[in-house]
Every structure is written in structure tokens, then in C-alpha cells.
Design a protein. Structure first.
Length: 576
């Protein structure tokens, strides 16, 4: 789609811009899709006793502790589910209103992500039934949803066609990639056992499995799981090395599947980042194991979601479960000659083997201000709860003390004063150096462009005029942004007063597609006399966008560079 830009030839004056003002323009490309930052971003949702998001809090109300040491909050913004009209500010501590949820002008964008690699057949079947009910009854007429599966990626684009969404969900089937019972009958090393042994987190389990391996040789022939499968393990030396080798092979298979699942989640986030409206990634999974080597990827997913304004909600497809001591259906029963510690291990850790894989779901949700629905068989209710975006999310940022040590650092967010609220935030981050390609202000501008939240840090307004239709039937929409600069700082540099204003505008259709987007900027290096003149009159920035006739939403953001303040506006536009 062709977009035109014209910076107005006047800056509150009739003549051309003087030499101390430099104009530039370029196509608008959201840097949240490609920029990384060494700042740690923390999304926080504050909920009251009824689970409602609390609005009206400020930067001074929060404290961040990293490894029990308080850090300075260097970035703060508020994400709200606001309609295209200016919202009524909530008083501090009041629950945020959710009127925008029902506004057809501000639809939700949902990615329903089904983990068909790690979700058991029965769990996946129940999850699909609940998901189809949610699509039928829980999606509003303006909501747009996309279906993702770990095995196939994106099955549908963001659409409102419910029959097509239901058909895509029907096509999802389980695709297990490894045996939950392990590689061999003796020693029996399940994926959870392998996870502990390979990551050096289970000294007791390693000893138990070594003893189990040795016991196979002492069992009588009728009780030995090695009948017809080669020589008993007692004929081998280095039982510990054999157990560790088997654990490494099993963990290698599990890790590949987990990596593929995380890659699928990343792709779903990237697809959502291009949407215009509240964005939710709803992950349905029985859980999957990650471990230390995959924690940096998990950390980058949280950062990516925060920068893209995506809330991750997660649903544990197992629901309520009961793990009685014993082995999977169809497995050989445990040998009566097995050491007692083997039976003890399998009995005591049966629940942990089911719960630990869901840690990644809980952490992804908490890290982005989302919810984790678990220990509940009402999956239909879970989808309804998770399909809603938090009305208010506070975005905090701080500079880590050790930006590249590669270690996991614990995070805790709290309110400065005593409160009856519950806070949701990421539990920690992995410090990995990343190239800084843009500043925090640019990231914040991109985030505001991707929502319809109203902000007015300084007075500004946008006036629209329409030109004559072009040869291809499109209408030029001429935008004139007037900015009052009296309250903006112009620091002195080399005898001049410097500042930069950036004006970004986009026209978005009723389906949430951006049809035209462009940005312009004015760099100032003013004499004192020129600054005084412009302070009285204000400045104008102009953009022209070409789109087909129709109904649109205009998103306009104007940002200044010294104090990183911005004004964000939204209008309904009918293009003739």
C-alpha cells in the first residue's frame, strides 16, 4: 500500500523551515519486532481480592528487588484496555473499568496455541472441546483469533470466521515424540528422571537408578526385564556411566521437543505483535520440561512479549489429576528384586513429575502479567477466564547490575505501601548481553502505537483533510499535528537549543489491519530567539496517508526526545 509523507512547509510561520530545523521521514516499522534492549522489562498486574486489575498506580508506588537488592526503576508506563475515545482516569487503587472489552472498535486478538507435542491424548481431547466452546460462545463479533499448534505452526490467520476456527481445532491431534516410560525397562529412566540426572539436580535419583541397573542382574530369569534383550547389565562395568548416558539420550530427545515448543510460542508472539488491539496468547498444554539450558530462551520470550504488548495466559490441560504409585499402563511392573529406594522414588516423585513441567507455563504467564489456570477440570471456564486481557498492566524497566553474566536472577516486585492486593510479575531473568539498537523511548512509542490507550503528556491535536482520489481510487488523508512546545525542555548544546519531535500515524481498518503507516521527525537546533517564537505559536507536523475509501481508526503518537514524553491520540475516520 503506497503511503505519502509531506512535512508541512510551515512551522507556525508561512516561510520555509529555517536552517536550525531539519525534517526527515521514513516508512514506519515497529521496532518492537526487531529491537532488543539490555534493560530488563517487568510487566506487573495488580489484582484486588476479587481478581480485578487495579488501575491508577504510579511509578512511585512500586519497588523492584533483584536478588533481594532494590533497583532503580528507569522506565514506567501503563497499558490499559482503552477504547478509541478518551478514557476517564481511575483513582489510585480503584479497579480498572472493562467497558472497552465489549467495544467493537477495540477487538481482541487471540492466538490459541495447542501444545500437541507434550499434551496427552485424553488431555488434548478435553482441551479441544473446551476451546471449541470458547470459540462458539466466548468470542465477540469483532474479536479475531488465530489457531497455532506446535507441530504445524499457524493453522489459521487472525479471522472472525468461527466455522474455520473450529475446523482448525478439529485437525489438531497429539504428536508424542518420546516414550513417557523411558528408553529401557531397567533401569527405567523417565523424561523427568532424565531431566534431573542430565542437569545434575538429582543425586538421589542417580544412585537409585544405578542400584536398579545392578539389581537387574540378580533377579531370577522369570522376573528379569532383560529376558531376550541381551546380556544382563551386571556384565558391564561403569554402571553410573551407563545410567548417565541413558539419561543424556532421553533428555536430548525431550530438550529438542521443548525447544520446538518454545520456537512455536515465539512465532505466535511475533504474529500477535503485528496486530492492532489487545493481544493475548493462550497456551494450552500439559507442560514440558525446560531446564537451565533453555531458560535463556524462556527469558527472551518474556522480553519479546513485553515489548510487543502480548499477554501470555496458560492453561494446564491436565486439570485435576491423581497420581497413584505405579507405572504407566502397559509397562512391566516394578521387580520385587528392585532396591527399596527405587519404589520410594517412584512413589514420592509421581506428583512432581507431573507438576514440574508446568513451571514454564506459570512463569511465562506471570512474566507477562497473565494468568495460569490449573488444578481445575472446568477447562471451558478456564478458556473464558484466560481469553480476557488484564484491564491494566504496569510496565516497569530497570538496568541490571550484571547485564551479561549468563546467570538466573530472582525478581520480586512489591508496592511501596501496605496493601491488600496480589501482584503478578515475572519471577526472574537470565542476564544475557543483547545489542541495543534503539533507546527505551522508541520502544515505548512502538508499544503505544500498537494499542489505543490515550495519553497526553503535552498538548497536541491532529486535524484531518481529504484530497482528491488518485488514479488507483485511493484517497489522500492529510494529517496536521499541532504541538504546543511551551512545556517541553530544549537543553543547550553548542549555543543552540536542541530537541526532536517524532510524529507517527497509522490508519487501521475494521479487521485490525494497518493499511498505511508513516512517521516524520523534526530535529531542532534553535537560537534563543527562534525558540521563543515557536514557544508562543507551537509547531505543526504533517503526514499524508493514502487508503481506499472506508471506515478506519487513526492512531497518532507524538513523542519528544529529551524527557521521552509522548502524547497518544485515537480517532474514528470515515474516508470518502
Amino acid at each position: 500500500m503506497r503511503c505519502l509523507l509531506a512535512l508541512l512547509p510551515a512551522l507556525a510561520l508561512a516561510q520555509a523551515p529555517p536552517p536550525e530545523v531539519r525534517a526527515s521521514s521514513r516508512p514506519y516499522v515497529p521496532l518492537i519486532l526487531r529491537a532488543e534492549s539490555n534493560l530488563v522489562q517487568v510487566g506487573v498486574v495488580v489484582r484486588d481480592s476479587k481478581g480485578r486489575a487495579v488501575a491508577g498506580l504510579e511509578q512511585k508506588d512500586f519497588r523492584i528487588l533483584a536478588d533481594n537488592k532494590e533497583r532503580e526503576i528507569t522506565g514506567f508506563s501503563v497499558e490499559t484496555r482503552a477504547s478509541s475515545s478518551s478514557p476517564t482516569p481511575a483513582k489510585p487503587g480503584e479497579p480498572a473499568t472493562s467497558a472497552a472489552a465489549a467495544s467493537p472498535a477495540n477487538p481482541r486478538f487471540l492466538s490459541l496455541f495447542f501444545d500437541d507435542f507434550s499434551t496427552a491424548t485424553g488431555d488434548l481431547a478435553r482441551t479441544k472441546i473446551a476451546a471449541k466452546r470458547f470459540v462458539q460462545d466466548g468470542l465477540g463479533p469483532a474479536d479475531r483469533a488465530a489457531i497455532f499448534a506446535t507441530s504445524a505452526g499457524m493453522l489459521t490467520s487472525f479471522i472472525t470466521d468461527k466455522p474455520q476456527l473450529l475446523a482448525a481445532i478439529d485437525r489438531i491431534q497429539p504428536h508424542p515424540h518420546f516414550s513417557e516410560a523411558g528408553e529401557t525397562a531397567c533401569p527405567r529412566i523417565t523424561p523427568y528422571d532424565a531431566y534431573l540426572i542430565a542437569n545434575h539436580m538429582g543425586g538421589l535419583i542417580l544412585k537409585a537408578k544405578v542400584d536398579e541397573l545392578k539389581s537387574c542382574a540378580t533377579a531370577p530369569p522369570q522376573d528379569s526385564p532383560y529376558i531376550g534383550k541381551g546380556p544382563p547389565p551386571a556384565q558391564f562395568d561403569g554402571a553410573t556411566l551407563l545410567v548417565e548416558g541413558q539419561a543424556e539420550r532421553t533428555w536430548g530427545q525431550v530438550k529438542i521437543v521443548s525447544q520446538m515448543t518454545l520456537d512455536g510460542i515465539t512465532a505466535a508472539i511475533d504474529a500477535l505483535a503485528r496486530a492492532n488491539g489487545p493481544r493475548i496468547l493462550l497456551i494450552a498444554s500439559s507442560g514440558f520440561l525446560t531446564g537451565p539450558l533453555l531458560e535463556p530462551i524462556q527469558n527472551r520470550i518474556i522480553d519479546r512479549s513485553l515489548r510487543a504488548g502480548v499477554v501470555i495466559n496458560a492453561l494446564d490441560a491436565k486439570g485435576v489429576f491423581s497420581e497413584a504409585p505405579g507405572r504407566f499402563f502397559g509397562e512391566l511392573p516394578i521387580s520385587k528384586f528392585a532396591p527399596p529406594q527405587v519404589l520410594l522414588w517412584e512413589s514420592v516423585n509421581a506428583v512432581a513429575a507431573k507438576e514440574v513441567p508446568t513451571d514454564v507455563l506459570s512463569e511465562l504467564a506471570a512474566g507477562t502479567g497473565g494468568l495460569f489456570f490449573h488444578h481445575d477440570n472446568d477447562l471451558s471456564f478456564g478458556f473464558r477466564e484466560l481469553g480476557a486481557v488484564p484491564e491494566t498492566t504496569y510496565m516497569l524497566a530497570f538496568k541490571p547490575e550484571n547485564a551479561d553474566d549468563g546467570k538466573f536472577h530472582h525478581l520480586r516486585v512489591r508496592l511501596a505501601k501496605s496493601h491488600p492486593y496480589t501482584l503478578q510479575s515475572r519471577p526472574g531473568y537470565v542476564a544475557i548481553a543483547q545489542p541495543v539498537t534503539e533507546d527505551v523511548a522508541r520502544t515505548e512509542l512502538d508499544r503505544r502505537m500498537a494499542t489505543f490507550e490515550i495519553a497526553q503528556a503535552f498538548p497536541a491535536s491532529v486535524r484531518m483533510d481529504f484530497g482528491s482520489k488518485t488514479a488507483n481510487g485511493h484517497t489522500p488523508v492529510k494529517l496536521d499535528a499541532h504541538v504546543e512546545i511551551a512545556g517541553l525542555k530544549f537543553p543547550e548544546r553548542d549555543g543552540r537549543r536542541v530537541q526532536r519531535l517524532t510524529f507517527v500515524a497509522a490508519l487501521i481498518d475494521s479487521h485490525g489491519n494497518t493499511l498505511a503507516a508513516r512517521e516524520g521527525s523534526l530535529d531542532f537546533a534553535l537560537t534563543a530567539e527562534r525558540l521563543e517564537s515557536l514557544t508562543k505559536s507551537g509547531v505543526n507536523l504533517g503526514l499524508t496517508l493514502e487508503v481506499p475509501p472506508g471506515d478506519y481508526r487513526l492512531r497518532a503518537v507524538i513523542a519528544e526526545a529529551v524527557e521521552t514524553k509522548l502524547t497518544a491520540l485515537a480517532y474514528a475516520v470515515k474516508v470518502p
